[in-house]
Design a protein around this ligand. Structure first.
Ligand code: A3P
Length: 319
C-alpha cells in the first residue's frame, strides 16, 4: 500500500456549513453545492480533505463517472484487464466481490484512511473533473457517461431500492419532483450534464490522458472497447493473448448476465457498515439501452432532450 498524504488538520465542516443544501436519504447524504456541483456530505468532506492531501502516483489510472452510468461494469472490465496476469478463472476477486470492492473508491476509502489498501494502480471516483485533486490530472483517466434519460431512470430506481432496503419512507418524492431536480442539476454529483462536459472537454484537450466512453458504445461494441481500454492503460493484448481469446473472456466475465448471476452480487451487501448500506444486487437492474421509455412521459422526454441538446450539441457530443 502507498501512503498518499499526511493526517488531516482541516476546518472542513465550517466551509461546508456555509453552502447551499438539499436534503438526501439521511443527513450524511444531504447534498451540498460546492463549486457548481451537488455532492453528498460524506463525499464532500472527503473531497475537501483529498484536495489538500491526496497525492496520486504517476502510474495510477482513475475510473471516473457520475452515478448510474455504467461504473460497475467499467470497474469490472478495467480490473479484469489490469489483473489478467495475476488471477485466473478460479481466483479472480470479481467472483467473490462486487466490482466496487475490487478497487478503492476515493471518496470513501481515502476519507478515513490516508493509506489506501491497494497495490493496484487502479482507483475510482465519482468526482467531477474540476474537483479532482490536482495530482490526478497528470494520471490516466477513463470516464464513462450515459444517455441522460437512461441515467436519470437508473438513478430513480436506484434511490427507490436503497430507500426500500433502509425502510426510508420518501413516498412524497414523486417521479415529477425527482425529474425536476435532476433537470435543475440537483442530483448527486450533478448537474449531470456539467459532469459529462468536464471530462468531454478534457478528453478533447488531452486525449492521451482522458479516455471518454459512452455506455451505449460499450454495450454495442464491448470487445472493441476492451481492446481500446487495454491499449489506453498500456496493457495491450499480445498476439498470443488475442489468439487465446483473452479479450473475449473478459467481455464474457463482465457481461450483465454473468456478473448479476454471481452469488455475491445476488445476495451480498454493499458497505453494510454505513448508514445506508444496501444489497449488491441494487447495482444490477436491467443493463439495457432505452429503458427510459418505460417510465418517462413524452413531455419529460422533450424537456430533458432539450437540455441535452443545448448543453452538448455545440460541443459535438451526441447520443
Ligand atoms: P439500469 O438501472 O439501467 O439497469 P452504475 O454502475 O454506474 O451504478 O450504473 C448502473 C447501471 O449499469 C444499471 O443500469 C445497471 O443495471 C447497469 N449495469 C451494471 N452492470 C452492468 C454490466 N455488467 N453490463 C451492462 N450494464 C450494467
Amino acid at each position: 500500500s502507498v501512503d498518499r498524504g499526511p493526517e488531516d488538520p482541516t476546518k472542513i465542516m465550517s466551509i461546508i456549513s456555509t453552502l447551499p443544501k438539499k436534503e438526501g436519504l439521511n443527513p450524511s447524504y444531504d447534498l451540498y453545492q460546492y463549486q457548481g456541483f451537488w455532492i453528498p456530505l460524506v463525499y464532500l468532506q472527503a473531497t475537501l480533505f483529498m484536495q489538500e492531501n491526496f497525492k496520486a502516483q504517476p502510474s495510477d489510472i482513475y475510473v471516473c463517472s457520475s452515478i448510474k452510468t455504467g461504473t460497475t461494469w467499467l470497474k469490472a472490465l478495467a480490473f479484469s484487464i489490469v489483473t489478467r496476469d495475476i488471477f485466473d478463472d478460479s481466483t479472480n476477486p470479481l467472483l467473490t466481490k462486487v466490482p466496487h470492492e475490487c478497487l478503492p473508491f476515493l471518496e470513501s476509502d481515502y476519507a478515513t484512511n490516508t493509506k489506501l489498501d491497494t497495490d493496484l494502480p487502479l482507483l475510482a471516483t465519482h468526482l467531477p473533473y474540476t474537483l479532482l485533486p490536482q495530482s490526478i490530472l497528470d494520471c490516466k483517466i477513463i470516464y464513462i457517461c450515459r444517455e441522460p434519460k437512461d441515467t436519470f431512470v437508473s438513478m430513480w430506481h436506484f434511490i427507490r431500492r436503497i430507500e426500500e432496503e433502509n425502510f426510508i419512507n420518501n413516498a412524497d418524492v414523486t417521479l415529477e419532483q425527482e425529474f425536476k431536480w435532476f433537470c435543475e442539476g440537483k442530483s448527486a454529483y450533478g448537474p449531470y450534464w456539467d459532469h459529462v462536459l468536464g471530462y468531454w472537454k478534457a478528453s478533447i484537450e488531452r486525449p492521451d490522458r482522458v479516455l471518454f466512453l459512452k455506455y451505449e458504445d460499450l454495450k454495442k461494441e464491448t470487445l472493441c472497447y476492451v481492446n481500446k481500454l487495454a491499449d489506453f492503460m498500456e496493457k495491450p493484448f499480445s498476439t498470443e493473448e488475442q489468439a487465446r481469446g483473452v479479450p473475449e473472456e473478459i467481455v464474457a466475465r463482465c457481461r450483465f448476465e454473468s456478473l448479476s448471476n454471481l452469488e455475491v452480487n445476488k445476495s451480498g451487501l454493499h458497505r453494510p457498515e454505513t448508514l445506508s448500506g444496501f444489497s449488491n444486487s441494487v447495482f444490477f437492474r436491467k443493463g439495457e439501452i432505452g429503458d427510459w421509455k418505460n417510465l418517462l412521459t413524452h413531455n419529460m422526454e422533450k424537456s430533458i432532450d432539450k437540455i441535452t441538446q443545448e448543453k452538448f450539441q455545440s460541443l459535438g457530443l451526441t447520443f
